[in-house]
Design a protein around this ligand. Sequence first.
Ligand SMILES: NC(=O)c1ccc[n+]([C@@H]2O[C@H](COP(=O)([O-])OP(=O)(O)OC[C@H]3O[C@@H](n4cnc5c(N)ncnc54)[C@H](OP(=O)(O)O)[C@@H]3O)[C@@H](O)[C@H]2O)c1
Length: 320
Amino acid sequence: MQAIRVHEGEVLAYETVPDPEPADGEVVVELRAAALNRRDLLVRKGIYPFPLPLVPGSDGAGVRRDTGEEVVLYPGLDWGDREDAPGPGFEILGGPRNGTYAELIAMPEESLFRKPAGLSWAEAASFPLAAVTAFRALFARGRLERGETVLVLGAGSGVSTFVVQLAAQAGARVLVTSSSDEKIERAKELGAEGGVNYATTQDWPAAVQELGPVDLALDSVGSTWQQCLDAVRPGGRVVVFGGTGGTEVTLQVRPFYFRQQSLHGTQLGSPRDFEGLLRMLAEARWRPVLDSVRPLAEAEAALDRMESGQHFGKLVLSIS
Ligand SMILES: NC(=O)c1ccc[n+]([C@@H]2O[C@H](COP(=O)([O-])OP(=O)(O)OC[C@H]3O[C@@H](n4cnc5c(N)ncnc54)[C@H](OP(=O)(O)O)[C@@H]3O)[C@@H](O)[C@H]2O)c1
C-alpha cells in the first residue's frame, strides 16, 4: 500500500510499505480519508519519541474490507475500565501504533463505528479525535449545563471549531479568543456570540469578563492557565487539554482558592464519550468545518499549513 511515514530527521516520505496484517479481533479498513491533528506535528518533530519509521495520523474513515460497512475510527486504544481516566495501556492511534496516513489500516473491531449518515468521507474523517476531545472536555470534565457561558481559547484550532458547535448545540452561550478578527467572525457563524482578539487586546481576560460571567473555559494553549482563571467567574471551571503555547505555568494560588475555582485535565475521550458524541452528531444541524482537503501524497503541505496557524478547522487528506 501507499502511505506517508515519518523518518528520522523530521523527514516525511510518501512511499510503498507492506499492507497491515490484522491480529486476532482486528479488521482491515480501506481508508478513504484521514485528518491532521497537532499531535502529528509533535510526532514528526520527535517530541513524541515513538520508534520510526511510523505512519502518523489518528483520524480516519473508510470501508471495512470484511463487511463493506462504511466506518469511522475511534482513535483511542485500550482506554480501560474507568470513565474518569484511561488505564495504563491506553494509546492514541498514530504513535506508537501506525496510523491513518495510509491506504489501509488494521484496527480492533470495537474501534469501528458506523459512519454518520450524510457526512462526506472528508467530513467523517475530520471529527473523531478533535470532536471527542471537545465532547469530553465540555460535558464529562467541564460539566457544561444549558444556559451556561463557555469560553474557548484559539477559535481557529480544529478542536475549537467542534467545541463551539457542540456547546452551541447544547444550549450554551459561547465566547472565543483568537489572534484573528476574521476567525472570531467565523466562530460566530458556528454559534459563538462574540470573542476577544488576544493578540491585539492588552488584558484579554478583563475584556472577556466584560462580555459577562464565564462559567467554564477550555484551554488548549497551556501557557494561559492563569489568564483563564482570571477570566472565569468565582466557582468557575477550567478544563485543559493542550500546551500549544507552552507547557510550564506560574499560578497565583490564593485567588484560585479564594475564588473556589477548579482546574481539570482531559485527554481524548472514552468509547462511551465517542458514543455520546455520535448521538449528538446524529441530531446536529451543523457539519464539521474543513479548512482544506489535499491528496494523501501532499500531507507535508497540510502539516506546514497547520504549523503556520493560518488554518480554520480541520485539514483533511483524501485517499484513493
Ligand atoms: N488532550 C487531547 O486529547 C487533545 C486532543 C486534541 C488536541 N489537543 C491539543 O489541543 C490543541 C489544539 O489542537 P488542534 O489539533 O485543534 O490544533 P490546531 O488546529 O493547530 O490549533 C492551534 C490554534 O491554537 C491557537 N493558539 C495558539 N496560541 C494561542 C494563544 N497564546 N492563545 C490562544 N490561542 C492560541 C491558535 O488559534 P487562533 O489562530 O484562533 O489564534 C491556533 O490556530 C493542541 O495543543 C493539541 O495538542 C489535545
